[in-house]
Design a protein around this ligand. Structure first.
Ligand code: ZN
Length: 285
């Protein structure tokens, strides 16, 4: 496993961690000034600024783009809406290409409103991902499926485990060769509890399908299912062990901080969030 101490250039900051307090231009400068090697921006931050402008500023700041967040949910109540979702994702993939993102992060969605048909949501996910993959290959962008904790299976993600994500990768891209275009993102918040995690990370590594690694912590108690993630070291996740599995599996990309924390960290100044994250990356991750 890599030694992160004094090596913040191996780490990425997901801009959501900073609570969208500043325009993307200021966010880029702050992350670069704090010494991080990479950034993962969100689509909502690029609504007012041309993607080319943001891409140039990130490059000029010396930052890599670890990922681009995130996909529009795929499953829909109608075929028309499903196709619109895929089109929306194709446009985002084009932006990811301009940014030079290491991957486009896919949070896949789940049951459309009024539906109880989880199997159908997963069928739509498989079809939609295959459609997106053709476009992503042409654009030179890798797709990174991020399985979410099963507590989000009702709305945010019908993809709940690393195993399930890899099954989907193998179904859609059965013979990827040495450089797959479809892979996964391992976020400790979503998969730390999984008894199969170690084996599935090894399986992903053998296929070279680990495209991202996200860190934060699981607080006990967790007061909000979405917006109460902890700073690394403040919860119960054994982050070094999981990072060891991921890096032993061949992952050499960024260790990315991604914390949604509406009532705690998002209330603090950006500089403090960046500094504390930097310290924890080097001491407890
Ligand atoms: Zn994540």
């Amino acid at each position: 496993m890599r030694d992160l101490s004094g090596r913040l250039e191996l780490c990425a900051m997901n801009t959501a961690t900073l609570g969208y307090q500043a325009p993307i231009a200021d966010t880029i400068d702050a992350i670069a000034a704090a010494g991080y090697g990479a950034i993962t921006p969100w689509r909502r931050e690029l609504e007012e600024v041309p993607v080319e402008t943001v891409a140039r500023q990130i490059r000029d700041a010396g930052l890599a783009v670890a990922g681009y967040c995130r996909s529009t949910y795929i499953p829909a109540a109608t075929r028309e809406q499903f196709l619109a979702n895929i089109d929306d994702n194709r446009r985002a993939i084009d932006q990811a290409a301009v940014l030079g993102a290491a991957s486009f992060v896919m949070v896949v969605g789940s049951l459309p409103e009024g539906s109880k048909d989880l199997a159908d949501a997963r069928t739509q996910l498989a079809e939609g991902t295959a459609m997106m993959l053709d476009h992503a290959r042409a654009a030179g962008v890798r797709l990174s499926l991020e399985p979410l904790h099963p507590m989000y299976a009702g709305d945010r993600s019908c993809l709940c485990t690393v195993e399930q994500a890899l099954d989907l990768c193998e179904a859609i891209e059965p013979e990827p060769g040495p450089a797959p275009d479809l892979g996964i993102c391992v976020d400790v918040y979503h998969c730390w509890w999984d008894a199969k995690l170690k084996d599935q990370i090894a399986r992903a590594g053998a296929q070279r399908r680990i495209f991202g690694f996200h860190v934060c912590d699981w607080l006990v108690p967790t007061r909000d299912l979405l917006l109460d993630r902890g700073m690394m070291g403040d919860g119960v996740i054994d982050i070094p062990t999981i990072r060891g599995w991921v890096e032993d599996a061949g992952y050499d990309g960024a260790v990315e901080v991604e914390i949604f924390s509406a009532e705690n960290w998002w209330q603090r100044p950006i500089g403090e969030i960046l500094d504390v994250s930097a310290g924890r990356l080097q001491t407890v991750c």
